[in-house]
Design a protein around this ligand. Structure first.
Ligand SMILES: Cc1cc2nc3c(=O)[nH]c(=O)nc-3n(C[C@H](O)[C@H](O)[C@H](O)COP(=O)(O)OP(=O)(O)OC[C@H]3O[C@@H](n4cnc5c(N)ncnc54)[C@H](O)[C@@H]3O)c2cc1C
Length: 321
């Protein structure tokens, strides 16, 4: 019996959302009186022993060129093998894009109950019950899992990265890895410096900005705050901004610590993707804009006046020229 955590690596670094999953998995292992073990697939390019800092006692590293690019089916089968070899009874992964592709497949393969999008530690005092968001973050459900193996995908930003100290033992796991059925011929990276789904702060704008030529004020504010940029769907549909910035029901669901919405009305489909943000600031010239109901702070006014003033004030506080 152990808790196995899948660690997603990007550009030679464990993703922040995976370190959250690891910290969370280590805490569950403590609750269950067992150990937390991590699984890393493909070319890691990072110091895997350092995962011990976040609670991993052991890291199972499966090295194989077939794992160097993400393939949900190959990854699922490999993680399932490692889970069986290690006798894992709880498997944790982040509910990020890769996690969303792996978790249901893993659940079917291992005949394991899955709670996707968990937001809190499981209650293990009496059974195994996990709290998750439902109805696009409008309510919570407590799901009791009764299968022998339990899988939890943890919502990004729902549990803090926690350093507990220590160095992990790194072992090369011997697993027969399938060749991927999909061949990746090229990868084009999104242009933003900070990945949207990992960002602590997101500055987002909508149709109120009138046109793509006005995005400079949004980018300046994002730069001053070291934030990622996002947009509403009509903005992406009109090709004012790339689709990888579109948040909402049909775009990315994000949960940053701070979400600044500029010239966005706050339609329910937009809110579905951003209402898990810790603090929401809305800038809109219409005091009746629905977004104000979901906001922690609201500024009623013209974005073209307010945003540059806000950027200047932040630069002054941060001492940026
Ligand atoms: C099935 C379905 C799925 C959808 N999925 C998504 C989704 O994933 N994401 C999404 O965003 N939308 C989605 N939508 C669209 C959604 O319903 C809204 O139409 C959309 O979010 C509106 O975008 P907006 O707020 O940018 O534009 P608008 O609704 O046009 O709002 C513009 C806002 O800017 C304000 N404004 C104007 N000028 C200024 C100014 N100078 N300064 C300050 N404020 C100003 C206005 O007061 C207004 O509130 C979906 C719709 C459907 C039917």
């Amino acid at each position: 019996m152990s808790v196995l955590i899948f660690i997603d690596i990007a550009d030679g670094e464990a993703k922040k959302s995976s370190l959250e999953a690891l910290s969370y998995g280590a805490k569950i292992a403590g609750q269950l009186g067992t150990t937390a073990e991590a699984v890393v697939l493909g070319d890691a390019g990072t110091d895997l022993a350092a995962l011990g800092k976040y609670g991993a006692a052991k890291v199972h590293h499966v090295k194989n060129p077939s794992l160097d690019t993400f393939d949900a089916q190959v990854y699922t089968k490999t993680i399932a093998e490692v889970a069986q070899q290690t006798g894992a009874t709880v498997i944790v992964l982040s509910n990020n894009l890769n996690g969303k592709a792996i978790a249901p497949r893993l659940s079917a393969r291992l005949r394991a109950g899955l709670v996707s999008g968990a937001v809190a530690l499981p209650d293990t005092a009496n059974g195994f019950t996990v709290k998750k968001n439902v109805f696009s973050g409008k309510a919570f459900a407590n799901i009791a899992v009764s299968t022998e193996i339990k899988i939890i995908s943890l919502n990004p930003n729902a549990y803090p990265v926690t350093e507990t100290g220590g160095t992990a033992e790194v072992v090369n796991a011997e697993v027969a890895v399938d060749a991927p059925r999909v061949k990746v011929t090229s990868i084009t990276k999104a242009s933003g410096e900070i990945p949207l789904t990992e960002a602590e702060i997101v500055v987002s704008a909508g149709r109120g900005l009138k046109g793509p030529e006005n995005w400079g004020i949004v980018e300046d504010l994002a730069k001053a705050l070291h934030a990622a940029t996002a947009c509403s769907r009509p903005v992406a549909d009109a090709h004012w901004r790339p689709h990888n910035e579109h948040v909402g029901q049909t775009g990315f669901a994000i949960a940053p610590n701070l979400y600044i919405a500029i010239g966005i009305s706050g339609a329910i489909q937009h809110l579905a993707g951003v209402n898990r943000s810790k603090v929401i600031v809305v800038i809109n010239k219409d005091p009746e804009a629905p977004f104000f109901k979901a906001a922690d702070y609201g500024i009623v006014g013209d974005a073209f006046e307010i945003v540059p003033r806000l950027t200047d004030a932040i630069k002054k506080i941060k001492g940026i020229a």
